[in-house]
Design a protein around this ligand. Structure first.
Ligand code: ADP
Ligand code: ADP
Ligand code: MG
Length: 656
């Protein structure tokens, strides 16, 4: 077994690899960029090496720097994870040349299968059906247009080096080909450094089914059944599951056999995934299916396979890389139950899935929920940086049956708290609640067709209102924090004028800004503190909301998180000139039951509007009372230390 490995990656996958390495007694070296100095993978590894500035091109994609780090720390092998350098055959070559083990397939196998065009040619040779199309060398517009016509519109343009759904274009009509071709080539050149494309027939209502394969250096290849990754948005996987729901045994057997044949054809070593599309939405024994590509690495969604087989794929990778034989023969690999994975991303479905970066005030997944597995690379108080992809965690559930696994996932999503960046939690829960998905009526276009409905999130609720109330209390609890601190804002916002009302104003309306929209809330003061309610429908639920606040000089920002949704509420900073503070008042009353902590004036004093008169203490908060207008202090009815009831007149004001 390798004694020490370097992990050339970050985030959840780096943490995942470290976990298995620890289990096997393999020492680990993490690498990190500037942005990741405090990241979880750095903390969890035995050693960590700084490899450069935050942009991936200056750190995680610097193969030479990473190899040097491995040499310097005495690592014997490099695990590339997924993304970054994982499918870069030149990097695999360089690792080998440096005398280190690349934990993955040989550079030759990657070259043969990594590119989509070459892989399709190999599949054809191996007798595996491929999507009809053109995957030749010629890239001029004329050739491609002739080939597209031969295939018949609509056609799919794909970057041969593409991944993650990028460099792909659906062309509906011949008239659009030139423009879409140019844009696919541009994207491919900038994203993958290779403008080469292929053309394919568009498969109608496809299901994305992929087979996990594993090979060793002794010529053995096995499969670990299939995964269903049909739920995609813009050709990117959103939810994955295993086994594929509705898979007929015959189709499973045929696809798994084809995947093994392909891997054997190139002497494949390590973990790989063979991807297929099945036409027509269902997985019956007579369905038409086609190979599309092979991913020559550990896949993001490998945990669903682990959950139904009970195997540790990273352990298998490390054993194979150490020269061992595959731990199990095909006949000993069994599956049971159903597993589902969701990719929890910092992105805002309401804003076209725009990535949402920034500090994570809270990250808390219900790890003890039975049937739930959490894979993450972030923790409380970390940040989602703009430099890498937006996936912050994966939740994986497993249960005997699909709908049970789905229901556990819905609960897990509801109970996961993420405050700060906006996430796709609600979107994922909506998917798992969708009738068509639950009844296994799906194809890769399902999300796209229902985007608006699936992006909806819960309305404001009573609980959210309670969250605002909790926030108010929170502000008050932090009364000692400085000059323009929470309590200052708080007092000004919520209390400053209370003392000047003629009667005790126990309920008042306030403007707050929720998710950028102004709305009115009504606040009622009770002996137990503020009760805040909002207009509209108030669906009360039993779950408790959580509040996180951030102080900015210009405003207070409150994040209320509940049921997997987050609301941002800002309380505009008090502006005394804009508040009707009851200029005609001539009494100053206690805003709340409490104790008079300070009296700043004596009878006969002439005071200006806004001058501090007294402080009433209650519920660990100080409520500063100020003069509603200029005048003379006619009578003071209390002393410091006096207990007063809400509404008690403290001071009477006469004309100056
Ligand atoms: P999978 O088939 O496992 O879903 P993807 O193709 O979606 O894999 O990519 C896996 C991960 O790697 C994603 O998080 C994606 O953002 C990232 N990734 C893909 N290509 C690159 C690349 N060229 N450089 C860096 N990261 C990449
Ligand atoms: P990537 O390297 O980005 O993962 P793939 O070739 O695996 O690219 O395709 C990604 C997804 O795009 C597929 O899962 C499928 O949803 C869609 N897709 C790819 N090729 C076709 C096709 N010929 N017809 C219809 N959909 C396709
Ligand atoms: Mg793919």
């Amino acid at each position: 077994m390798l004694k020490k490995i370097l992990i050339a990656n970050r985030g959840e996958i780096a943490c995942r690899i470290i976990r298995t390495a620890k289990k096997l007694g393999v020492a680990t070296v993490a690498v990190y960029s500037d942005a990741d100095a405090r990241a979880l993978h750095v903390e969890q590894a035995d050693e960590a090496v700084h490899i450069g500035p935050s942009p991936a091109t200056e750190s995680y994609l610097k193969g030479d720097v990473i190899i040097a780090a491995a040499k310097a720390t005495g690592a014997e092998g490099i695990h590339p994870g997924y993304g970054f350098l994982s499918e870069n055959d030149d990097f695999a070559d360089a690792v080998t040349k440096a005398g280190l083990k690349f934990i993955g397939p040989s550079a030759a196998a990657m070259r043969a299968l990594g590119g989509k065009a070459a892989a399709k040619e190999i599949a054809i040779k191996a007798g595996v059906p491929v999507v009809p199309g053109y995957q030749g060398e010629k890239q001029d517009a004329k050739t491609l247009s002739v080939e597209a016509k031969k295939i018949g519109y609509p056609v799919m343009i794909k970057a041969v080096a593409g991944g993650g759904g990028r460099g792909m274009r659906l062309v509906e009509r011949e008239a659009d080909l030139a423009e879409l071709l140019a844009s696919a080539q541009r994207e491919a050149a900038s994203a993958f450094g290779n403008a080469h494309v292929l053309l394919e027939k568009v498969v109608e209502r496809p299901r994305h089914i992929e087979v996990q394969v594993f090979g060793d250096a002794h010529g053995n290849v096995v499969h670990m059944f299939e995964r269903d990754c049909t739920l995609q948005r813009r050709n990117q996987k959103v939810i994955e599951e295993a086994p594929a729901p509705g898979m007929s045994p015959a189709l499973r057997e045929n696809m798994c056999a084809a995947a093994v044949k392909l891997a054997k054809h190139v002497g494949y070593e390590g973990a790989g995934t063979v991807e297929f599309l099945v036409e027509g939405g269902s997985l019956g024994s007579d369905a038409k299916w086609y190979f599309i590509e092979m991913n020559t690495r550990l896949q993001v969604e490998h945990p669903v396979t682990e959950e139904i087989t009970g195997l540790d794929l990273v352990e298998w990778q490390l054993r194979v890389a150490s020269g061992e034989k595959l731990p199990l023969a095909q006949s000993a690999i069994k599956m049971s139950g159903h597993a589902i994975e969701v990719r929890l991303c910092a992105e805002d479905p309401a804003k076209g899935f725009l990535p949402s970066v920034g500090r994570i005030y809270a990250f808390d997944a219900p790890a003890s929920l039975s049937g739930l597995r959490v894979e993450t690379g972030v923790a409380n108080d970390h940040s989602v940086s703009p430099f890498y992809d937006s996936m912050i965690a994966k939740l994986i559930t497993v249960a005997p049956f699909r709908l049970e696994a789905a229901d556990i996932m819905i609960e897990a999503l509801h109970r996961t708290t993420i405050a700060g960046p906006v996430t796709n939690q609600c979107f994922l829960a909506n998917l798992l609640e969708d009738e068509d998905i639950r009844k296994n009526r799906m194809d890769t276009g399902l999300i796209g067709r229902n985007l608006e409905r699936l992006s909806m999130r819960p309305e404001y609720s009573e609980e959210l209102a309670m969250g605002v109330g909790t926030f108010i209390e929170h502000l008050a609890d932090n009364a000692e924090e400085g000059t323009l601190n929470r309590s200052t804002t708080f007092r000004k916002l919520w209390y400053a004028r209370d003392g000047f009302q003629l009667g005790p104003p126990r309920t008042e309306l306030r403007i707050v800004v929720i998710n950028g929209e102004r709305t009115e809330v009504s606040i009622t003061w009770t002996e137990d503190g503020p009760r805040v309610s909002m207009p509209g429908d108030l669906p009360a639920t039993a779950r408790k909301s959580k509040c996180y606040s951030e102080h900015r000089p210009e405003a207070e920002r409150l994040l209320v998180v509940m049921d997997g949704a987050q609301w941002e509420i800002s309380l505009p900073t008090y502006d005394s000139s804009s508040i009707d503070d009851g200029a005609a008042s001539d009494t100053i009353r206690a805003p709340i039951n409490g104790r008079v902590a300070r009296v700043f004036v004596t009878e006969g004093d002439v005071v200006e509007k806004g001058q501090r008169i007294a402080v009433v203490e209650a519920m660990k908060m100080e409520h500063v009372l100020t003069a509603p207008r200029e005048g003379t202090i006619a009578k003071i009815s209390v002393k410091e230390g006096t207990q007063v009831n809400q509404g008690t007149v403290l001071v009477a004001l006469a004309e100056a």
